[in-house]
Every structure is written in structure tokens, then in C-alpha cells.
Design a protein around this ligand. Sequence first.
Ligand SMILES: *Cc1c(COP(=O)(O)O)cnc(C)c1O
Length: 375
Amino acid sequence: MVKFSDLPKQYLSIKDEIDAATAAVIRDASFIGGRVVGEFEESFAAYHRVGHCVGVANGTDALEIVLESLDLPKGSEVIVPANSFIATSEAVTRSGHKVVFADCTEDTYTLSIEDASRRITPRTRAIIPVHLYGQPCDMDLLLALADSHGLKVIEDCAQAHGAEYKGRRVGTMGIAGTFSFYPGKNLGAYGDAGGIVTNDDALAKKCRMIANHGRIDKYDHVMEARNSRLDGLQAAVLSVKLRHLEDWLARRSSVAARYMQGLQGLKGLRLPVTAPWARHTWHLFVIRTDERDLLRAALDAAGVQTGVHYPTALPKLKAYDYLGQAEEPLFANKADRELLSLPIGEHLDDREVDEVCRAVREFHGARTASAPGAR
Ligand SMILES: *Cc1c(COP(=O)(O)O)cnc(C)c1O
């Protein structure tokens, strides 16, 4: 069986460090706030060479809190990609604004800046690029577009810890970058957790206040806000795991390279495209074929776990019927039938990667042999 991910295996590889770090939090009862949270925030900010990291309860809250801190006029339009997890668009609506979906590109599946630019109206105030699957979108183009229209850029980095655009870490190019530390992300906690990175002192301060009941001191609340804190146990786990992140990303990268090699030349199978500007961190390895469901079933039968990200493009979800974008001829609206995520992660050894390649090749060989007109 080739597993899609293997968090128990990862835990065993760092068990001593994790056990010691979490035991210390419990022993000191430093469950909320405190030194351990501050230490993680500092090291995550240092990893990005930015002034601030604000730990929050999850990646969706991170987006909402940044949006809220910007004080945009209610009902502002915010452009988000049609191919993402619902959290990106949900945060827009939850903060009282209007979601506008823009298409993704046909090669990298990240936000199409061209399509985004066509959707700008006088009510547009912000744009949320998603560095999808671990690959940064074209930030120079995006920042130029945003600049010329006075739009705020919030980077959704939930899938792209450590990814770089022309040598710049994702999350450091817009007004803020938001991260999810959901367990399955490349840097994951042992529960829900999230973070905001920014170089903007005032924004960091405001986000921290919003995430902690609008207070500046224990009972000094300057506004009503919410509770969305990163807790001590999660911060302890994240500090340990951050020390291993680069090794794990390097392993992801060699798994991806082995797939690229082992799967090349298959007709009708589109391999991931890495943009020339990207340090791709391979949260997901997504291939595309119009026989997606058949391939998925064949891989399943061969003991290879796969995923689909995402089975329904956001505009086509029932939740967004009211926007009427389901009928638009977006590439994202049809690619959702063709995308397939192969297993990737530091848990895989070369033999397993080869096994996946062999299973894909076998499926492909059988299909082309039986196809009408095959020689
Ligand atoms: C996971 C994810 C989020 C949300 O993160 P949570 O921590 O689960 O709230 C947001 N955006 C994208 C693109 C994601 O993949």
C-alpha cells in the first residue's frame, strides 16, 4: 500500500523531540499564550525574514482576521481563485465582503492574473492569490495589477510553507501572508492552528488584538473581536517540526523529480508544470487526465492512495449558486473532472514512488492498447 500521507510515521521519526516539547507545556500549564507560543512566532517570522508572525487558531481565521484588520468598506469585492479550498472564499464572505472568482491558469492551476484583471470593478478592494499545491503564482504581475488599482494583496500560503517566488518567500510580498498548520499541511500541528506573517507593524498589532478579544492588556478591550489564538501545545509541536521542514521539503522535491522522470511521455497525461520563478514545495503532486476516475480506480486497486484537489471548482459549489459563476466557461470549472493528486511526502521511499509510476504506466498501457486505432 502506498499511502497518500503518513503522519504516524512522521511522529515516530521525531518522537523524542515532540514528547519532550509537549510534556514541558503540560508540566508548566502554559496552554494559552506564554513563552512557547512566542518562540514559535519568532522562529516562523525569522524563517520568513519578516517583522511579525501572529499565531491564530487556524488558516481560515488567519484570512478572516487579516481581512477584518484592513477595514475595507462593507460589501467590497475581493477576487479569489476558482480553484482552491473553500476557506479562501469563505473568509471573504464571513468578513462581510463579496466573493468574485477568477479562473486559474491551464499550466500551473494557480490564479490567472489575466482573468483577475478582467474582473476588477470600482468596488474591488483586495485580491487573494493562493500559492496552490505549493507553487507561488505570478506575483510580479499580480502586484503590478494590484498597485495600479490600489488593491490589497493577501497571500493565502496554506499550501506553500517555504515556497519562493524569484527567491522571495511566499507570504512576504503582499500586505500579509496567511498560513494553515492543519495537520496534513507541509508544516502541520497536532490539531488546528494558523499564522499570519507581515512586515506591517500596525497590521500585526491589529491582527493580534482581533485574535484575542480586542484587548491590548488583560482586561483592556478597545473593541469587540474574537478568540482565535494559537495554543501552547500546537506551538510546541510546530517549533519542533519547523526545524525539520527544510529536510522534508527537500525530500518532497526529490519525490516530485522522480515522478517527473518516471511518468514522462505518457500521452494524455499532463504532469505538473513548475513555473521558472518558483521554488515549488510540492504540497500536492497533481496530474491531469480526462480518464481521471478510471485511473484513480486502477491506482486504488493497485494499492495506491490518491486524492482530488478539488472535486468541485468553487463556483460550482451549492454554496456559491447565488453568484451565478458556475455556468461561466472557466478552465477551473472543467479541470475539476481531470485533476488527480498522487501521493507525495517525506514518508515515501524511492521504491514506493516507482511503484506508483509503474501502476500509472500499466493503466496507460492497457488503455492505449484497447483504444480504437491503437497500433
Ligand atoms: C487548508 C487551507 C486553508 C484553511 O486552513 P484551515 O487551517 O484548515 O482553516 C485555507 N486556504 C487553503 C488554500 C488551504 O489549503
